[in-house]
Structures are given as structure tokens and as C-alpha cells.
Write a protein of this length. Sequence first.
Length: 150
Amino acid sequence: MAPLEEKSDKQAEVGKRVKEIRKSLGLTQKKFAQKIGIGNSYISGIERGFKNPKFDFFFKLALLFNISLDYLFFGIEPMSIKDKIGTKKDERKYVNDIVTREDLLWFMDHSILFRDTMMSFSSKYQLENEDIIKKNIENFWKRKAQIKEG
């Protein structure tokens, strides 16, 4: 029974942070829900700790509003990714601005949550596309052998 209570406490903490984010953006539950693409009653449930959204909700929230996933899940300040950036050189370091390999590596290096998320998506993709990946690898080695022979 204790683990369920602990989970509810964590959901309530996350819900409070979601509400804080929404209010800091000056949005009603309805407007906030529209921007994210979900129902406002679902937002209400999240904010009150009754709903446990999937990771996609948090990832979308982070992308749309430049919110730190570390803040969303663990309450680690600052709330905004923008506030985490130290130098002018790094001002473009927002999740939705990842364009180059260097940008991706920067996030992989600076956020454990981002790194773990990317690894999860990668594993899921590999599992779902195992046959295609194997076929592409076989074709690669065949082409390499043909080039070497030819």
C-alpha cells in the first residue's frame, strides 16, 4: 500500500509544478490544454494529482514552453531551460532548436533525463524496426564487398 501512496505524492508534486508553469505563462487551463492538444479536464486532473500523464505530455510541454524536464519531474530549478544557459554562445540551446549533432550532444551531456529519453526512444525504434535495420546492415555489407571487388 505504501508504494501507491508514494506514487500519488509524486503525481501531486508534478501536478503542482504543471500548474505553476501554466500560471507563470498566464494561461487558463483551457488555453493551456489547447496549446498542448489535450482536454482541459485532463489538465485539471494532472494539476490535482489524479492523472498520471505519459512521457509524451511532458516532452511536448518541454518543447512548447522551453521547460526543463529536470524541473518537471524532480523540481530541480530553474524551471526554464532558458534560465539554465550560462553564456551567450549557448543561448540557442533549447530542445526545439536542436539542429546539429553538436546541439544534440550538448543536451545529451547536460541533461540526464534528456539522455535517458533519447536512449529509450532509440531502443523502442530498434525493437520496432529490427527487421528493417538487419536488412539495411546486410545491404551495407553487400555494397561494401561489391565496391571492394569492383
